[in-house]
Structures are given as structure tokens and as C-alpha cells.
Ligand binder design. Sequence first.
Ligand code: GRF
Length: 200
Amino acid sequence: MKKTRVAVFASGNGTNLQAIIDANIPSAEIVLVFSNNPDAYALERAAKHGIPTEVLDHKSFSSRDDYDREILRLIEPYEVGLIALAGYMRILSPLFVRAYKNRIINIHPALLPSFPGINAARQALESGVKYTGVTIHFVDEGVDTGPIILQSVVHVHDDDTEDSLLERIHVEEHKIYPEAIELVTEGKVRIEGRRVLKTS
Ligand code: GRF
């Protein structure tokens, strides 16, 4: 099977990157790990697996557009077919999203459209919901608003802290992110308006 060339963008620890690497998805080859953060542990994880890395510190750019244009230039030689954001803590500019239209996916630690943005587990706890979860979605020009590929539910316990809840959210994340990447790279889903439907 022809593998899709995948770039993973990560700013921090990279446990989702690790899960994607460990899943050995037959239809995907991770050809690049990109980070805005030179100290991201995700970069070390990539290096350990012999995956090329690129880093571009956003602090040295005065505008988001200039920064994103530079990333586009930097990643072009990798001929990437899919970008998987995995804890990438930067909002992508519309120009970047357009350049990779329907070829960028993201993981969010809540059941979107509830609790978009940062601190999603804390938002869930503070709101009193009994269930939260994980969403994998295509990235559009909004923040955490694109068509949803997969979701998984996590029960909120009475004695949960933000950390304990996040821990169970991570377990689900590590299961469904590789699954979603497999679906997308095997061409098993199509976008129809706001919905992502399985192709037969
Ligand atoms: C995950 O919770 C993901 O949902 C969010 O950022 C976190 C990244 O964790 N977007 P890790 O770096 O993959 O461990």
C-alpha cells in the first residue's frame, strides 16, 4: 500500500506522537516532526525513532502570517500529504490552513463543540458535565471548529482533579488518534459539509 507522508506538529511532551509512532499505521509514514518549541520533548521522541525534525521558534517572528509562511517553505521538501497536530500550541493562520486544505487534523481533549480552546479538561470540570472526552477533527480556519472525524467519551468522576481527568483523556487520545490517521490515510472518510462520513 502506498503510504501517506505525514508530518506531526507538536509543542510539548508528545505522548500522542509516541502513540502514533507505536501504532505503526500501515498507510502512514511519519516523515517529519515539526515544533515551534526548541525544548519540546516530542523532538527527542522523534530523534529516538530516526524521524527528521524541524524547529522554528515563533518568538523570532513578528506576525503569524510571516511565521506560517516560513513553516510552509520549511516543510515543502517533505512532500507531506497529511499534517497531524498533536499538542501544537499555535493557532494556524488561514493562509496555512488553505495551503493544506482538508489535509490537517487535530486532537482536542474534549467533546467538541463543547470546551474549545485551552484548558479543556478544566473547562469540563468547572461546567459540571458528567461526560467529556476526545475529538479528532479536520482543521478549518476557526479554532477547534472543523468537521469531526472521531470522538471518544470519558466519564467525569466525582473525585476528579484536572490531572486525573486528563490522565484518562490521554488514554483515549492514544487509542483514537492513530485510528483516525489510519481512516484518513486509507481514504476511508470523506467530508460532506460539516460531516465526515465513511466511504465504503
Ligand atoms: C493533548 O491532550 C491534546 O489533546 C492537546 O494537547 C495535548 C498534547 O499532549 N491538543 P501530548 O504532547 O501529546 O502528550
